[in-house]
Design a protein around this ligand. Structure first.
Ligand code: 5GP
Length: 218
């Protein structure tokens, strides 16, 4: 570009604008990770926020990748020191988003994706009203139950509690900006990508300097 300005594109983060915060919410077992993993190869510059949790590590999970697995005492210390953007108790365990990486990314114009249950999602919306809120529903509760059981990671009691939370969360879905039905994963991922592209194209995200760049004559 003539004046050294980077090209304006919907796909990637544009220097000079603040980052966009995406929040994905939906019942445990609905397939949030699967949609994210299917979509990520097609999205540029979208960082995933790794949460902290007190729940036990599942087979195949790694500290610092899916979660930071913390002792309860450490988690409570972080709450007391205001180190979370949001946190919630989900079926007897704590889950929380470390504040610093999110603040830093947004200030530097990098976009971030959070995966949260409903209570945490509401806290984020209150603290950052411009966050883009996306809700994922299963095609039916029967299908959700099948997926939760298929995972084989939770006791019957925990499965029942997760299903009860799923019903509560679905009742709140109109609080969100977008809805994705996760029936077929590629379709769901494709809709997720469209939402990201559309939100990144919002004119209000541009800095005045970027607006000026459209006035140049070449
Ligand atoms: P799971 O134990 O199945 O990994 O997660 C249980 C629920 O907690 C899921 O709905 C998941 O999206 C949510 N979750 C994961 N990380 C966070 C977080 O940092 N904060 C909140 N509020 N919920 C989270």
């Amino acid at each position: 570009m003539a004046d050294g300005q980077p090209p304006l594109q919907a796909g990637a983060t544009t220097p000079g604008r603040s980052g966009v915060l995406f929040v994905m919410t939906g019942a445990s077992g609905v397939g949030k990770d699967t949609i994210r993993n299917a979509a990520m190869p097609f999205v540029e510059d979208l960082e995933f926020s790794v949460s902290a949790t007190t729940r036990g590590q599942r087979e195949g999970e790694e500290h610092g990748v899916q979660y930071y697995f913390l002792e309860r005492q450490k988690f409570v210390e972080m709450i007391d020191n205001d180190l979370f953007l949001e946190y919630a108790d989900f079926v007897g365990e704590y889950y929380g988003t470390p504040l610093e990486p999110v603040k830093e990314a947004l200030a530097e114009g990098r976009d971030m994706l959070l995966e949260l249950e409903l209570v945490g999602a509401r806290q984020v919306k209150r603290r950052m009203p411009e966050a883009v809120m996306i809700f994922i529903v299963p095609p039916s509760l029967t299908e959700l139950e099948r997926r939760l059981r298929g995972r084989g990671t939770e006791s019957e009691e925990k499965i029942q509690k997760r299903l009860a939370r799923a019903r509560e969360e679905i009742r709140a879905l109109r609080e969100f900006d977008y809805l994705i039905v996760n029936d077929e994963v590629n379709e769901a991922a494709s809709l997720f990508l469209s939402i990201i592209r559309a939100e990144r194209s919002r004119a209000r995200l541009l800095s005045q300097k970027q607006v000026e760049s459209f006035l140049r004559e070449e």
